[in-house]
Design a protein around this ligand. Structure first.
Ligand code: ADP
Ligand code: MG
Length: 430
């Protein structure tokens, strides 16, 4: 690891973030000068933009602006719904909402989103209307659950803006849900307990959207802290904030820009297989099993069920080991754990795909000699993103090599950006 960069390192990180994204997406001629690259923090820019779109639409300034981040999971994949352990961090990508009181009466929200270029009015009451667009169900589901929990939104109008990519495994859905809940908190001048808020948003996605997701995404968006990875026990909801402040290590996210339909259909199937395994092992959840118990039962379990359980059991152990690795600055071990997680997701849990394997394999080939610490798929799989820990000095070169190889081999332009662990949902302006 190289010298400590301090605040200069921070600035360099922001500059790199822009550079990498721009160079992967835009013509080089559009690159900004270094001064411009450092002048506008992404959240400030987003907040300014959402304020402007609110004013353009409603003819008045918003009363509140709130933000909720997406998240990247460093390790602990498909463990949350097994009551296990995860280690995500919030990313510097946000859903922002500008809101103000509306003239109507009762509990309702008039809202539009720049990400989906659509608008809708959501009457909050007995049941959500069938006429809502899909994205409106995420918002309406939260409003409905908030009403049931004693937080009526009142008549509100809002504008939504976001730079969390949709459907890329960086939890734009949870960011949208948690931003909606934070908007209601701001409007009511009340603050919910973070676990309560996360569970409420998870319930909205489970019940109203019909996605049986675990608690990790909503909890991350609600409760992550800047400069920290969050080790979360998904059963007790106890958290341990693991410092991630070494400026010489950077988190690089590469979006494969592929998404398979299989992602949503395979998810409940994997969940079901885990439940079968837990039942046959005689434990409440796979979190309570270990490899010795699993191996004892190996003959009686269907082979595929055995492999699913082996992933969950070994992945839970990897999360615990990662906390130790980070606390002791053992980056070699951290890298091994990330590659181990990817192999297990590819072979035992079978949620990877050729594109994600290529991204991880390319990072692995660059290896520690080229500044790569470790890499793995992140999110539910079947497309979406990889997360790679890279020595900061090498990140530009590593991003370039990974994206170039991917583009040449797959023929799709990937998107890469770096991020530090960001602050969870908060009110930006009230
Ligand atoms: P992920 O959470 O990994 O991004 P999901 O499939 O769980 O992927 O959620 C993506 C969906 O969330 C989108 O299709 C859309 O319905 C909704 N969504 C997320 N962010 C926004 C946004 N800013 N505006 C409108 N809808 C959004
Ligand atoms: Mg989601």
């Amino acid at each position: 690891m190289h010298r400590c960069l301090g605040s200069a390192g921070e600035k360099r990180h922001i500059a790199l973030n822009y550079l990498i994204e721009l160079s992967c997406n835009l013509d080089a001629a559009l690159l900004l000068s270094p001064a411009n690259m450092l002048s506008s923090a992404p959240l400030e820019r987003l907040a300014r933009e959402v304020r402007q779109s609110y004013a353009a639409r409603y003819g008045t300034d918003p009363t509140w602006v709130v933000a909720a981040p997406g998240r990247v999971n460093i390790i602990g994949e498909h463990t949350d719904y097994n009551d296990g352990f995860v280690m995500p961090m919030a990313i510097e990508r946000y859903v922002v909402v500008a809101a103000g009181p509306a003239k109507s009466t009762g509990n309702s929200l008039e809202v539009f989103s720049s990400a989906t270029e659509g608008d809708c009015t959501i009457p909050v009451g007995e049941q959500l209307s069938d006429n809502l667009p899909q994205w409106g169900i995420y918002v309406g589901g939260v409003l409905q659950e908030m009403l049931a929990a004693g937080y009526p939104c009142g008549p509100l109008q809002a504008a939504i803006h976001s730079n969390v990519p949709l459907g890329a495994g960086l939890s734009s859905s949870a960011a949208l849900e948690v931003a909606t809940a934070t908007m209601v908190e701001a409007a009511l001048g009340e603050s919910m307990d973070e676990p309560e808020k996360a569970k409420l948003c998870q319930r909205a996605e489970n019940v109203h959207v019909g996605m049986p997701c675990g608690i990790m995404d909503q909890f991350s968006s609600a409760a992550c802290q800047a400069d920290r990875l969050m080790q979360l026990d998904c059963r007790s909801l106890d958290t341990k904030q693991v410092p991630f402040t070494n400026p010489d290590v950077t988190v690089l996210i590469v979006n494969s820009n592929v998404k398979r339909e299989l992602a949503s259909s395979a998810y409940p199937i994997r969940r079901g297989q885990c439940e079968v395994a837990a039942k046959q092992l005689g434990v409440p959840a796979l979190r309570d099993a270990d490899m010795a118990a699993l191996n004892k039962m190996a003959d009686q379990l269907e082979k595929v069920v055995y492999r699913r359980a082996r992933h969950v059991i070994t992945e839970n152990a990897r999360v615990q080991d990662m906390a130790v690795a980070l606390e002791s600055n053992n980056w070699a071990l951290a890298g091994e754990l990330m590659y181990g997680s990817h192999d297990s997701l590819r072979d035992d849990y079978e949620v990877s795909c050729d594109e994600l394997n290529l991204l991880v394999d390319t990072a692995h080939q660059i290896g520690s000699g080229g500044g790569v610490i470790g890499s793995r798929l992140t999110g539910a799989g079947f497309g979406g993103c990889t997360v790679t820990l890279v020595e900061t000095d090498a990140v530009e070169d590593v991003a370039q090599r990974i994206t170039q190889t991917y583009k040449t081999t797959v023929g799709i332009e990937p998107t890469a950006f770096t991020t530090r662990p960001a602050e969870g949902a908060h009110i930006v302006e009230s």
